[in-house]
Design a binder for this molecule. Structure first.
Ligand code: NAP
Length: 460
């Protein structure tokens, strides 16, 4: 009998609990004429992936998307298994025995590297590490950053670079409006950082910044935005690309940056410089194994064989006197045990979400398409994957689970991990964090260690 009936529900495991995972669960559980059960398996005790651990702590509005995920979690057939790790507590074969389909939405947990000398010196970090730290991710809570430095470079012209630079420029009087982890508030409150440079290797037109994020740079309370007029003067390639894009948002971004270039400084205590057409070539050792500067080279735009615009070195170098470097040149997916992996893209090789050569296995979100797009883009991405999955179900192409009993799977998980966190458990932790936040006049007080999370869940 084909699964999907009340007698024999379709059993789907979703690995990961970020936006792509929740949109996929929602799409499966809201199908008319299909009875399905979705078990969501998450390594951390907390759900929501980058909405909790990646979105900037001063962007609370973006996090309101969680209300949608809460509705999904309330749908019949949904279960959450937090604090359970794929590959550690459960193997692929075990999941195959219990589920008709397994959908991976594990995101892109690591970062790309710059590939330049000195990248591993003390004081040279990945933006992903810093973001996870200020957002209270348990794996990063004990990391430390030398905030006694006065100058910092953030390499990359994407929204993560903007987030990192903006957070470095916040003042302690602004922390109460954020859900930033307490350890980060304490460390940043005594920060001596005065100047931050965001470095884009191509021009403003080619930058990955989105308009809203650029606009916010002009609204910082404690930092002036500094842009050189020469850096935002468009060359022929940029003019062509701007015209060809036909996107008003692109023009707005250029206009905002051009506006910053002529904006008088307001003598705020910090300066955030945005530079274009420069690439880092070496992180300079100060003689003690720490960052003593960043050597950058000026670029011009050129076209490669495919006609795409690329940064071409002019050979003209300069040294930025920074003591801290964050590389923010993109996230990267990691290989998953038992599954194929596209090393070049850092993704599960797939066609419309169906992982190649592995029937019954699907992918959604960044592990499917690479680390691009904002939260909302994951909806269409997950809908596509679920449609592929449902087409395979209709074509009897899903390998049927040998043990489709939901209680048998729960028993297996509990045998492997005695501290499973259910959705109700997460809701207790959520309430605890909100209450503690309220008591100190903040939107949330994040619990940042797994034992403390488990204590808050059990202890209420
Ligand atoms: P991204 O948007 O892909 O930007 C990466 C940047 O790094 C690009 O400017 C890229 O330049 C540059 N880069 C790559 N390799 C480089 C190198 N070797 N040297 C110098 N520069 C290099 O990545 P992201 O900032 O990590 O963001 C990931 C995704 O999350 C994006 O889709 C972003 O929009 C999204 N996000 C959204 C928000 C928000 O909505 N508020 C906040 C954070 C993140 P090239 O273009 O020349 O390759």
């Amino acid at each position: 009998m084909r699964p999907g009936t009340p007698e024999r529900p379709l059993r789907v495991a979703i690995i990961g609990s970020g936006p792509a995972a929740f949109y996929a669960a929602d799409q499966i559980l809201r199908q008319k004429e299909l009875t399905a059960q979705v078990d969501m398996i998450e390594r951390l005790p907390t759900p929501y992936g980058l909405v909790r651990g990646g979105v900037a702590p001063d962007h609370l509005k973006i996090k309101s998307v969680i209300a949608m995920y809460e509705k999904t979690a309330a749908l019949p057939g949904f279960r959450f298994f937090g604090n359970v790790e794929y590959g550690k507590h459960l193997t692929l074969d075990e999941l195959r025995a219990h589920f008709d389909a397994i959908l991976f939405a594990t995101g892109a947990p690591t970062d790309r590297r710059m590939g330049i000398p000195g990248e591993d010196l003390a004081g040279s970090h990945s933006a992903t590490e810093f973001v996870a730290w200020y957002n209270g991710h348990p794996d990063f809570r004990t990391h430390s950053f030398d905030l006694t430095q006065e100058r910092v470079a953030v390499v990359g012209a994407g929204n993560v670079a903007i987030d990192v630079a903006r957070i470095l420029c916040l003042g302690p009087d602004e922390f109460d409006e954020t859900d930033m982890a307490h350890h980060a508030c304490e460390a940043l409150a005594t920060s001596r950082i005065r100047e931050v440079w965001i470095l884009g290797r191509r021009g403003v037109v080619q930058s990955s910044f989105t308009t809203n994020e650029v606009r916010e740079l002009g609204e910082m309370k404690h930092a002036d935005i500094v842009v050189r007029p020469d850096d935002v003067a468009l060359d022929d390639i940029s003019h062509e690309e701007l015209k060809a894009s036909g996107r008003p948002a692109m023009q707005q971004k250029v206009d905002l940056m051009t506006g910053f270039a002529s904006k008088p400084l307001e003598n705020k205590p910090r300066k955030l410089h945005v530079r274009f057409l420069v690439s880092p070539v070496e992180v300079i050792d100060d003689g003690t194994g720490k960052v003593g500067g960043l050597k950058i080279v000026r670029n011009r735009l050129a076209r490669n064989a495919d006609g795409a615009s690329v940064a071409e070195s002019t050979g003209e170098t300069e040294i930025l006197p920074v003591g801290l470097v964050f590389r923010s040149v993109g996230y990267r997916g990691t290989a998953l045990p038992g599954l194929p992996f596209d090393e070049r893209k850092g993704t599960l090789p797939n066609e419309k979400g169906r992982v190649k050569e592995t029937p019954g296995i699907y992918a959604s979100g960044w592990i499917k398409r690479g680390p691009t797009g904002v939260i909302g883009n994951n909806k269409a991405d997950s809908v596509e994957t679920v449609n592929t999955l449902l087409a395979d179900l209709a074509a009897d192409a899903l390998p049927s689970a040998a043990q489709p009993d939901a209680s048998a799977f729960e028993a297996l998980v509990r045998e492997r991990q005695s501290k499973v966190v259910t959705y109700a458990g997460w809701q207790r932790l959520d309430a605890h964090e909100l209450e503690k936040g309220k008591a100190v006049g903040r939107p949330r007080w994040k619990v940042t260690s797994v034992p403390e999370m488990l204590q808050a869940i059990d202890g209420e």
